[in-house]
Design a protein. Sequence first.
Length: 79
Amino acid sequence: MTHLLLASSHVHDRDWGPGPWWPLIPLFWLLVIGTVVFFARRNGWIGRSGIRTLDDRFARGEIDADEYRARKDVLKGKS
């Protein structure tokens, strides 16, 4: 029985562990997630502001210039 325990304890003598590259795996996934979040915010998929929505409505002609200015002042807190 002791011979089996000694033999099994020497099975991983040549295993050097994960190596110096192990931090690259989580770093890779952080970069992927960070890139997705960056482009999602940049393209307006996340955190769309009221002023940006107002700008889009004005550009599409849904509201006139007076209403645009009045609503923009309200959003900026200048009322």
